[in-house]
Write a protein that binds this ligand. Structure first.
Ligand code: CP
Ligand code: NVA
Length: 308
């Protein structure tokens, strides 16, 4: 099995073995970095990072990760590229393929990332779209594995919006034999086609995917509790309506009491305390949450080292 030259657009497209290979490589690279051992696997290579949305973690972890691998990274704001003035994605893809060795892109439409990947001769990595956040979820899986020692059979409950994080969690959980319960208010459920294909994948690994409108039922006996902002990038204008709709979906100590006593709590960040998570629960689990943020670095280094 080789991931060399492959794109990472979503987790559904990876095999369970490929997910395991990324997590195994991440562990190896994390250990090397902590031990101060050189791991210049991408010496002389360049990653272009196209951002059409804001970012702290994704930008810094990809850029630093590339340096640690002996390569370099270019920050490309979509507004400053000619793409922002209408140059077609397919031309941008072919031009960048002549200069650099890989592209990370954060944008709105998953279709744009797919088009970029179709036309680029170099690997394309999805750094978040409205539909997917695969690098984040690989970091989440890695963090769960570190804290609980396994993924297979682990129950993970996600409370909140059936948006990019929920989709990628279903896909990643399905590949690793986890039991994923997604609880959203009515009208905010994940897309049925994403749920259906994750359910089919879960059948292959002994996992399961459940979508419900009851946060307490989802959280019951969970090994891992996950949430995300209620108003993602692009939804700012709906914030007031969303505060109302998501009212009962906050991760609080009371909600955590329904889960397993030592449940891990994750949040991809940035967090809105007092909305999707309480200050108290956030700080009680800050160790896990910032491990999760750190693990973006290790997991993305593994992805880049494997595909580029
Ligand atoms: N979690 C995450 O992707 O963070 P950024 O938006 O800061 O990159
Ligand atoms: N769902 C959030 C994730 C941020 C990392 C968003 O899309 O804004």
């Amino acid at each position: 099995m080789s991931l060399k030259g492959k794109d990472l657009l979503d987790l559904h497209s990876l095999s369970p073995d490929e997910v395991a290979e990324i997590l195994r490589t991440a562990a190896e690279l994390k250990q090397k970095q902590k031990a101060g051992m050189e791991h210049h696997l991408l010496k002389g290579k360049t990653l272009g990072m196209i951002f059409q949305k804001s970012s702290t973690r994704t930008r810094v972890s990809f850029e630093v990760g590339m340096w640690q691998l002996g390569g370099s990274a270019l920050f490309l704001s979509a507004n400053d590229l000619q793409m922002g003035r209408g140059e077609p994605i397919k031309d941008t893809a072919r031009v960048l393929s002549r200069y650099i060795d890989g592209i990370m892109i954060r944008t709105y439409a998953q279709r744009d990332v797919e088009e970029l990947a179709e036309w680029a001769d170099i690997p394309v990595i999805n750094g978040l779209t409205d539909l997917q956040h695969p690098c984040q979820v690989l970091a989440d899986l890695f963090t769960v594995q570190e804290h609980l020692g396994k993924l297979k059979g682990v129950k993970l409950a996600f409370l909140g919006d059936g948006f990019n994080m929920a989709n990628s969690l279903m896909e990643g959980g399905a590949k690793t034999g986890m039991h994923i319960a997604i609880a959203t208010p009515q009208g905010y459920e994940p897309k049925p086609e994403i749920v259906a294909r994750a359910q089919a994948d879960a059948k292959e690994t002994g996992g399961s995917i459940t979508v419900l409108n009851d946060p307490r039922e989802a959280a019951r006996d969970a090994d891992v509790l996950v949430t995300d902002v209620w108003s993602s990038m692009g939804h700012e204008a709906e914030h007031r309506a969303r505060l109302k709709a998501f009212g009962g979906y906050s991760l609080s100590s009371a909600m955590a009491a329904i889960a397993k006593p030592k449940a891990v709590v994750l949040h991809c960040l940035p967090a809105h305390r007092g909305e999707e998570i309480s200050e108290e629960l956030f700080e009680a689990h800050a160790g896990e949450i910032f491990d999760e943020a750190e693990n973006r670095l290790h997991v993305q280094k593994a992805i880049m080292a494997l595909v580029m």
